[in-house]
Design a protein around this ligand. Structure first.
Ligand SMILES: C[S@@+](CC[C@H](N)C(=O)[O-])C[C@H]1O[C@@H](n2cnc3c(N)ncnc32)[C@H](O)[C@@H]1O
Length: 213
């Protein structure tokens, strides 16, 4: 699902702003001043929230979509000196090593093998002991029919319209390679993260944290 302008994920993701505040806590427990790698940084919302909360953090925002990266530049204009933008996927991101990383509402676009390779590449750019915070659509086996309509109704109640919703949430489920919580956490462990735990669950969305080993 490519986001359409205007980009308003808070209408679709319950507790979207709290997700950023939780990401900040999880990163901060594992870093002081330092640099955060933000993968799927388009729109700039999480970088703006993190940059506002932590003047001592710098960011590299990576995203393949030029328009989404432009949105991020605009959203984060006030933090210009602390943010570097890179257009592309994880392969083009600098090697760091970074003190923390976030990847929000992005990994659900990636099939299992590409997701693992992306997580491994993230791990390779982190210092040992750094936190990776991710959140995306993630649904237990056999429960898509239960949770996707709840997600769709939440979005519709917040004024979201569009072909994805009109055709029913099941279309979204078919379009995205959504994994189960166990599968998501297993990929993080295989990629070299320990202490992998779920910290967030809101309808179809779950968030996980892991510590680079
Ligand atoms: C739904 S938006 C989420 C943006 C932002 N992280 C947020 O939470 O509001 C997903 C973003 O992931 C980007 N994206 C898609 N595939 C990607 C990939 N393989 N690597 C990095 N970013 C990707 C898209 O261009 C888009 O900007």
């Amino acid at each position: 699902m490519t986001p359409h302008a205007p980009y308003c994920p808070a209408q679709m993701v319950p507790a979207y702003d709290d997700l950023h505040r939780m990401a900040q806590v999880l990163l901060a427990q594992n870093m002081g001043a330092g640099a955060v790698l933000v993968l799927g940084a388009g729109g700039g919302n999480e970088m703006a929230a993190l940059a506002a909360a932590r003047p001592d953090w710098r960011f590299v925002g990576v995203d393949p979509d030029a328009a989404m990266l432009d949105l991020a530049r605009s959203k984060c204009a006030g933090f210009g000196g602390r943010i570097t933008y890179v257009q592309g996927k994880i392969e083009v991101a600098p090697m760091g090593p970074f003190d923390g990383a976030v990847c929000l509402l992005t990994l659900h676009f990636l099939p299992s093998e590409e997701r693992l390779a992306t997580l491994q590449a993230l791990r390779g750019r982190l210092k040992a002991g750094a936190a990776l915070v991710v959140a995306h659509h993630c649904i237990p086996a056999g429960e898509a029919g239960l949770w996707l309509p709840r997600f769709a109704d939440f979005a519709a109640n917040n004024g979201v319209t569009g072909p994805g919703l009109a055709n029913g949430a099941q279309a979204l489920g078919r379009a995205l390679p959504i994994l189960t919580p166990d599968e998501d956490m297993a990929l993080m462990r295989r990629a070299g993260f320990a202490g992998v735990a779920q910290f967030f669950h809101a309808f179809t969305f779950r968030g996980f944290v892991g510590i680079a080993q």
